[in-house]
Write a protein that binds this ligand. Structure first.
Ligand SMILES: [Ca+2]
Ligand SMILES: [Ca+2]
Length: 108
């Protein structure tokens, strides 16, 4: 995984990566991963707890994010090869844990 402290853009999420952005419309800081079966139980270790405001999944794998740490609470799917709306609405700044699955049918 990588953490960027600079201002990111949609183009900073290349093919095969799943990217979480701090700001709406794919801006602010970015954290990104490209390995299947990634599991991050606490986004706080990247100073990213309750900060995600948009995302891009350019990987061939489904992914999920969770309101609580350790994959708890309300969860949202990030389908393979998709992106979030520019604004997450009520889901803004809630993500506390995150995982990438090993196929594109893990969450439907
Ligand atoms: Ca945010
Ligand atoms: Ca949270």
């Amino acid at each position: 995984m990588e953490v960027s402290l600079g201002v990111a853009a949609y183009s900073d999420c290349p093919n095969n990566y799943v990217c979480l952005f701090e700001d709406p419309s794919w801006g602010g800081r970015i954290v990104r991963w490209y390995v299947a079966n990634t599991a991050i139980s606490d986004l706080g270790i990247y100073t990213f707890n309750d900060r995600m405001s948009s995302w891009v999944n350019n990987s061939p794998y489904d992914a999920r994010w969770f309101y609580n740490g350790s994959y708890g609470g309300t969860t949202r799917c990030m389908n393979a090869e998709s992106g979030s709306a520019a604004s997450l609405g009520g889901d803004d700044n809630e993500a506390s844990s995150f995982r990438i699955y090993t196929d594109a049918v893990a969450c439907t």
